[in-house]
Design a protein around this ligand. Structure first.
Ligand SMILES: NC(=O)c1ccc[n+]([C@@H]2O[C@H](COP(=O)([O-])OP(=O)(O)OC[C@H]3O[C@@H](n4cnc5c(N)ncnc54)[C@H](OP(=O)(O)O)[C@@H]3O)[C@@H](O)[C@H]2O)c1
Length: 293
């Protein structure tokens, strides 16, 4: 299978480059080889590569900065995925794309299913929702995986921040009123590759039939405080921690430019029922991630 992976230096893209490798020839590109703010760059790259499968791991993920740069966020998250989906359809190829729990406002009070109405609270969520809709509107073979609270042992993320704070601060205050599904990027990349492998003979036909919009995130949900405590528990270098006390805080204690949904946990049953796959429980995956380093 000829696979075009976009965004291979990101948390998810880094893992996808490895998990997709056994499936065929993977061309992996990132900025500046391809610039998602330029539709012609996206179109030209895809036409030249002529992939059978496009996997889009790029995104403008700076949730707060997006409030000041709505045009850039919309170009990368909202418009570029539509161009990818159009080009995929033109080539008879398939597209795997990722979205976010931030398309929801977090006020429902139970984990969200795919048919729940989205209502983003900020520019990032709006731009990602626009991307979902652009992919759906293009009408080709696609899979949109909405995920949440992605971390890895690379780049910047909540888990690495907590471990860093624990090495310099004796007391931590962590938000306890936001809940979501912590998702190890590697597990999401593994599941994505397993699906692609099932459609190996004709990935476009496979996703035409069984594709669509699915939730896929670490199994179960947690508050940020529970997530942070687990990270400290499974820290492979606990001896470096100086933190002696962890206190709960509320979202209102840390004002940010973008409002976050408070309870944006995702129900992933539709994906499990359709494909027979579920990501591991979030805490077990976190333990493995920190052991793997
Ligand atoms: N992170 C989360 O907590 C989270 C939560 C829910 C959903 N998601 C979704 O999961 C997916 C993967 O997220 P992630 O955490 O892996 O993201 P990430 O680590 O921020 O990586 C994003 C990738 O996009 C690339 N990129 C950004 N702007 C670009 C541009 N103009 N042209 C070309 N490439 C560009 C980045 O390149 P550089 O290396 O040059 O920056 C990087 O490779 C995204 O769809 C995201 O919306 C993430």
């Amino acid at each position: 299978m000829r696979i075009l992976l976009l965004g291979h230096t990101g948390q998810l893209g880094w893992e996808l480059r490895r998990t997709l490798a056994p499936l065929g020839e993977v061309s992996a590109l990132d900025y500046p080889d391809i610039d998602l703010t330029q539709p012609d760059s996206v179109r030209g790259t895809i036409r030249e590569a002529r992939p059978e499968l496009i996997v889009n791991a790029t995104a403008y993920t700076a949730v707060d900065r997006a409030e000041q740069e709505p045009e850039t966020a919309l170009a990368i998250n909202g418009l570029a995925p539509g161009v990818m989906a159009e080009e995929a359809r033109r080539l008879g190829a398939a597209l795997i794309h990722y979205s976010t729990d931030y398309v929801f406002d977090g006020r429902l009070g139970r984990p969200y299913v795919e048919s729940d109405a989205p209502h983003p609270l900020g520019v990032y969520g709006e731009s990602k929702l626009a991307g979902e809709r652009a992919v759906q509107a293009a009408g080709g073979a696609y899979l949109i995986l909405r995920t949440s609270w992605v971390y890895s042992t690379r780049r910047r993320n909540f888990v690495l921040s907590v471990l860093e704070w624990a090495r310099s601060q004796t007391r931590l205050r962590i938000v306890s009123d936001q809940a979501g599904n912590p998702t190890w990027a590697r597990m999401l990349a593994e599941a994505s590759a397993q699906l692609a492998a099932r459609g190996d003979l004709d990935i476009a036909a496979f996703l035409e039939e069984r594709g669509g919009l699915y939730h896929l995130a670490g199994d179960g949900y947690a508050s940020r405080l529970e997530w942070a405590k687990a990270a400290l528990r499974y820290d492979p270098h606990k001896e470096q921690q100086v933190t002696r006390e962890i206190q709960p805080a509320s979202t209102a204690d840390f004002p940010t430019p973008a409002e976050r949904p408070l309870f944006s946990a995702l129900n992933c049953d539709k994906f499990a029922n359709t494909f027979g796959l579920r990501l591991p429980p979030w805490e077990a995956a976190l333990r493995l991630a920190l052991e793997a380093g």
